[in-house]
Design a protein around this ligand. Structure first.
Ligand SMILES: NC(=O)CC[C@H](N)C(=O)O
Length: 312
């Protein structure tokens, strides 16, 4: 009888090639101009187990920026810095069913707190909660935390992607000003956005992303080093948000088709995990209508179905 790990080793390259062509049904994000340079037909995936061993397939050498995937970990850091009560006085716990950068719901419910920490408005509010005396110090703490989670001291943000988003992020600026008006943001709008745009621009590869997912899969303890990095309760909160809101307004469909907590970003990255077993990092820059990697989502459907990974 072949083990699941052996099946992954023998099938993953085939599954990647089977699903790669799905990229033609999507488009690489261009609203942050620098992102449009990514190769549309790339598809890569890394699955990492609790011993730190990996099964890799496809274009796993590709570097990409975390974008919205970073929001999971800035939420965790804000929770570690402030505790649940403070964080959830600034951001809600409910999915929106709208696009990630939508303003629609902000005005609907008083006092105007963003529905959840994974939409842009919520993540911007969360960024303002990270401790530090200056934007530089706050971002340095975020980067340090990401380095710890990936076990990769060379992790950095991509200056070109940062500049590109900072120059064009008018919608995010307007969300931030709205939050400022409502008394939800701490500090100056430009300072908060500097931290937000920088953490979205942190550059990594699928192996780094798999390692971050692995820490969540093991409830906050890095299973490879044995070091506890995140309190279990905050991992639980993060995984719940990933399940209900992690794939934007396609989270319901993803829960049905794949059935794992996951978070996507507009660079085409997806981080997911099989709780207690694997961390998974994936990239496929061509995005579907909902803003998720089109080939990536199909690949995860194939993997989850074949290996019976759905939690539900
Ligand atoms: N969905 C995303 O990945 C969005 C992140 C991006 N930096 C933005 O604010 O628009």
């Amino acid at each position: 009888m072949t083990s699941e790990w052996q099946r992954l080793q023998s099938k993953l390259p085939e599954w990647v090639e089977q699903n790669r062509h799905e990229y033609i049904h999507g488009k690489v994000a261009a609203y942050i101009p620098e992102l449009s340079k990514a190769p549309a037909d790339a598809l890569g995936v890394v699955v990492m187990n609790g011993a730190g061993e990996t099964v890799v397939a496809g274009d796993t050498e590709l570097q990409f920026t975390m974008q919205s995937i970073s929001k999971v970990f800035t939420l965790i850091l804000a929770l570690m810095d402030n505790g649940e009560d403070v964080v959830f006085s600034k951001v809600g716990m409910e999915p929106t069913g709208d696009r990630f950068n939508s303003m629609l719901k902000l005005e609907l419910v008083e006092p105007g707190i963003p529905f959840n920490p994974l939409i842009n408005a919520g993540a911007i509010a969360v960024s303002s909660l990270i401790r530090g005396n200056s934007p530089e110090e706050r971002f340095a703490r975020v980067l340090q935390f990401f380095r710890l989670l990936t076990c990769n001291d060379t992790l950095e943000y991509d200056q070109d992607v940062y500049d590109s988003e900072s120059a064009t992020g008018h919608l995010n600026r307007s969300l931030a000003y709205f939050l400022m008006e409502k008394g939800i943001l701490r500090g100056r709008v430009e300072d908060v956005l500097e931290v937000y745009f920088r953490h979205c621009a942190v550059k990594l590869n699928c192996t780094d992303l798999a390692r971050m997912g692995l820490v969540l899969a093991y409830n906050g303890r890095d299973p490879v080093t044995g070091v506890p990095l995140i309190p279990r309760r905050f991992v639980q909160i993060a995984k719940t948000f990933m399940t209900t809101c992690g794939m934007y307004d396609a989270s319901g469909e993803f829960a049905i088709q794949v059935g794992l907590p996951a978070k996507s970003g507009v660079s085409g990255g997806i981080m997911t995990m099989v709780p207690g077993r694997y961390g998974i990092g994936l990239v496929g820059p061509s995005l579907n209508r909902m803003g998720n990697s089109t080939a990536g989502v199909h690949l995860l459907e194939t993997m989850s179905r074949d290996l019976d990974w759905s939690l539900f």
